[in-house]
Design a protein around this ligand. Structure first.
Ligand SMILES: *[C@@H]1O[C@H](CO)[C@@H](O)[C@H](O)[C@H]1NC(C)=O
Ligand SMILES: *[C@@H]1O[C@H](CO)[C@@H](O)[C@H](O)[C@H]1NC(C)=O
Length: 344
């Protein structure tokens, strides 16, 4: 009796800690072959199916079906798709970093999509996060070589409004902003900030953090609120290893219990960390088997607990052309986005 209880307790704690191991998911998501090396903008729909974009197309990762082809739709060749998010009506928001627009895409519709947001003041947009009902939208963007970033929001049908880059530390602003994500209760916005330094004449990412900003009940930044650092990613990964590769955080997504998964573009890894509490806490660094440069990730599948990571494949030699790869990790909790999409 005692022994079996002890074994049960052991099994339970193992399940609770759920060792997260990544595996090659190319057989499960053969649609990845339809995308080129600039793959990013992973998203999930209410059924748990996965999608991603490359520069010109929005693709179903299960089948490779192209659901939106910017060239076929007659959009300019400056188009550069970077983000996608499922809406409750079965449509998708797809972000165009090149033309500074966000489209509402009806899968399979061949004409020009409706432009939902656009601004000449936008640096990109690079990524998007939505509130539980999809009616509040938050956008990130950056200019890599100038260390600059911007974050914007729109609530209800209100205008695009830029969010200040000031942090609680005087004189410190958010730098390159890439990953953006909203807490499950919609009251905290998270954004990455990364900084390059010039080393031997070339730029190298040398520091990166995630900051959070308090939002009011309407989803707007609380008056006077500033970004507060919640995790220093270089410290969390280990400074020496982090400096060697440069982390360059890209997309990040929360699960339904406040665990964040951050794609570390420079580090061939995903950092799982806990956003509950005042300071973020490292949970686990997950190395990727086939991806060298993860750009984005999302949780889905039947139970919402399959974390799919997309990015540039590992190479045999550096001259090889960039190709799109997909890895997957079984995680303990369902993703926030799919949990929200499944609420009625
Ligand atoms: C993009 O389109 C413009 C005209 O619309 C053309 O002049 C230019 O050569 C095109 N560039 C590429 C790379 O296809
Ligand atoms: C922060 O915002 C100010 C005001 O909009 C802007 O001038 C500055 O370039 C921004 N800093 C970065 C690093 O993006």
């Amino acid at each position: 009796m005692r022994a079996s209880l002890a074994i049960a307790a052991l099994l339970f704690s193992a399940a609770a800690q759920a060792d997260r191991t990544a595996q090659d998911a190319s057989a499960r998501f053969p649609g990845v072959k339809a995308l080129i090396g600039s793959i990013e903008g992973a998203s999930v729909d209410a059924a748990g199916r996965f999608y991603a974009v490359d520069e010109q197309r929005f693709v179903d990762l299960q089948t490779g079906a192209v659901l939106f082809d910017t060239q076929a739709a007659g959009l300019p060749n400056t188009t550069f798709l970077a983000a996608s998010r499922a809406l409750r009506n079965g449509h998708f928001l797809v972000g165009d970093a090149g033309d500074h627009k966000v489209y509402e895409v009806v899968p399979g519709y061949k004409g020009k999509p409706r432009v939902r947001f656009q601004s000449d003041k936008w640096l990109q947009p690079n990524d998007i996060t939505l509130s539980a009902n999809g009616k509040r939208q938050y956008f990130s963007g950056m200019r890599w070589s100038e260390y600059q970033g911007d974050a914007w929001y729109s609530v209800g049908k209100g205008p695009l409004t830029q969010i200040s880059n000031e942090t609680t530390r005087p004189g410190v602003t958010l730098k390159r902003i890439n990953g953006i994500e909203l807490s499950g209760d919609g009251r905290r916005l998270f954004a990455t900030s990364a900084h390059n330094e010039i080393i031997n004449g070339g730029q190298k990412p040398q520091s990166a953090q995630v900051y959070s900003l308090d939002l009011d009940a309407a989803g707007r930044p609380v008056k006077g609120a500033k970004w507060r650092m919640v995790i220093d990613l270089y410290e969390a990964v280990g400074k020496e290893a982090a400096l060697k590769s440069g982390l360059d955080p890209d997309g990040m997504r929360l699960d339904s219990k406040g665990i964040m998964y951050s794609a570390l573009y420079g580090h061939a890894a995903v950092l799982a960390w806990d956003t509950n509490g005042q300071q973020g806490k490292k949970v686990e660094l997950i190395h990727l088997p086939t991806i060298q440069s993860p750009t984005n990730l999302e949780m889905g599948g039947k139970d919402g607990r399959t974390l799919v990571v997309v990015g540039i494949c590992k190479k045999q030699n550096p001259q090889e052309q960039d190709k799109a790869c997909v890895d997957m990790i079984r995680v303990p909790n369902a993703g926030r986005a799919i949990t929200d999409l499944r609420k009625r």
